[in-house]
Design a protein around this ligand. Structure first.
Ligand SMILES: NC(=O)c1ccc[n+]([C@@H]2O[C@H](COP(=O)([O-])OP(=O)(O)OC[C@H]3O[C@@H](n4cnc5c(N)ncnc54)[C@H](OP(=O)(O)O)[C@@H]3O)[C@@H](O)[C@H]2O)c1
Length: 181
């Protein structure tokens, strides 16, 4: 099983605002997200699903919660047909194992901050795809990996590629980080 993660972060470090993305739609980032995750299971926290209010098409949507009953009811009310509810990493791995004949071995943690942190604590993520947005936005959830250090003060993530889109409004760069250890 291979786990990647993907996120977009503003210059001031925010990734979320009042349950939604802090910025108005950024087509280049949406396309990148879609191209990378399409056809693979995506794993998110319940706040991210509630904020989207819809399921992402063409991919199994796996949603993490400590209150599966509430989320199952929401999924049923909304008529989501490709959304799966799990409440632990063990359940997540079990579900992905069952899905792999159809959806393959690669899956994506798509946020938010609580779910990235949970995946990092379990040492699951090999590669992190980060869209940097060179503008500040108002937000109430912040997250980044760029300066993360281990208990010995060593850098955890290495930037391996960076593609700049200076002409985009707002300017962006698409970065890929590999886990160093
Ligand atoms: N910029 C980006 O790339 C990006 C990506 C994704 C999301 N976002 C934004 O980030 C914000 C949401 O982030 P967030 O950190 O507040 O929430 P989140 O990670 O989306 O979801 C948090 C929820 O996940 C569940 N959860 C957390 N730890 C768990 C565990 N150990 N076991 C089982 N379930 C667990 C809990 O659900 P229950 O409360 O149901 O128990 C918790 O309330 C939104 O504004 C969203 O739009 C941004």
């Amino acid at each position: 099983m291979k786990f990647n993660a993907i996120m977009a972060v503003a210059q001031n470090g925010v990734i979320g605002n009042q349950g939604k993305l802090p910025w108005p739609r950024i087509d280049a980032d949406m396309k990148k997200f879609r191209d990378l995750t399409m056809g693979h299971p995506v794993i998110m926290g319940s706040s991210t699903l509630f904020g989207m209010g819809r399921e992402l098409p063409g991919r199994p949507n796996i949603v993490m919660t400590r209150n599966p009953e509430k989320l199952e009811n929401y999924v049923q009310e909304k008529g989501f047909r490709n959304t799966f509810v799990v409440s632990s990493i063990d359940q997540l791995k079990h579900l992905l194992e069952e899905m792999k004949h159809k959806w393959g071995e690669e899956s994506w943690f798509i946020g938010g901050a609580e779910i990235y942190n949970l995946a990092l604590r379990h040492n699951l993520i090999d590669q992190f795809y980060v869209t940097r947005i060179y503008q500040d936005f108002e937000g109430d959830v912040s997250f980044d990996i760029v300066d993360m250090k281990d208990s010995d003060g060593e850098q955890i993530w290495e930037l391996v590629t960076s593609e700049n889109l200076p002409e985009n409004v707002p300017p962006l760069s698409f970065e890929i980080y590999n886990k160093l250890k």
